[in-house]
Design a protein around this ligand. Structure first.
Ligand code: C5J
Length: 227
């Protein structure tokens, strides 16, 4: 099924749903809810909460269209052996990765805060990639997961725009994927960083990829000719 988003920037974005993955980055309680890692760093997490309904709407439309959904989570093993010292040092003492918080140890695999928010929980069979870095390709099976399904295009959503989403999108672009970021399906603790990221992606003729609003993507999925 070929889908065409005419409203995409900087130009229309066309993809085959069978060769495209919806990649949802780190929609975890640790970043989105009070008491998690994002809040421990001093951020206002309400900015991230506002995109959950939009991400849910796109996710539902994508699942209805029969496309592949891949979820990622940032986090570390309980012994923190996969967390480089430079990353471990970030933040204030007592509020760093591995420290105890209201949702368990911050950014540690298996703790309540590490989970994806319930509204966006992966369905059985949807790949779930645990990643120790900001980018989703570093030290993960993501490339194999995509290549084994002959994926050539990615549609991205998630948090935060200029950290894990942008790092992943830039590397995906270098690896040869055509990438589109859903403008209102991503958020940052810093609105100006989000705006700058969207502008960077589409500048210079789409040097890193494309962007489009969620409504345009959903409409294009509905209007796409059946298989
Ligand atoms: C951050 C992320 N911001 N998922 N992680 O530390 O963007």
């Amino acid at each position: 099924m070929t889908v065409l988003i005419t409203q995409a920037q900087p130009s229309p974005f066309r993809f085959d749903i069978d060769r495209t993955a919806l990649l949802i980055i780190d929609m975890q309680r640790d970043f989105i809810e009070p008491g998690g890692f994002g809040a421990a760093l001093g951020n206002d997490v309400t900015r991230l909460q506002t995109i959950v309904p939009t991400v849910q709407a796109v996710l539902s439309a994508w699942r209805r269209a029969g496309g592949l959904v891949v979820h990622t989570r940032e986090g570390h093993a309980p012994d923190l052996s996969d967390c480089p010292p430079a990353k471990l040092k970030r933040g204030r003492p007592g509020r760093r990765i591995g420290d105890e918080g209201p949702m368990g140890r911050l950014l540690v695999i298996g703790e309540p805060g590490h989970a994806i928010v319930p509204a966006l929980a992966p369905l059985p069979g949807e790949p779930l990639i645990d990643k120790p870095g900001k980018g989703a390709f570093f030290a993960t099976p993501l490339q194999d997961t995509l290549q084994s399904r002959a994926i050539t295009h990615l549609v991205l959503m998630g948090v935060t725009t200029e950290v894990c989403v942008q790092t992943t999108m830039r590397e995906a672009n270098d690896r040869g994927y055509d990438c589109l970021l859903v403008e209102d399906g991503t958020a940052s603790y810093f609105p100006e960083f989000k705006a700058a990221t969207l502008a960077m992606i589409t500048a210079q003729g789409g040097i890193v990829g494309w962007t489009a609003p969620a409504a345009a993507l959903i409409e294009a999925l509905i209007e796409a000719p059946p298989r």
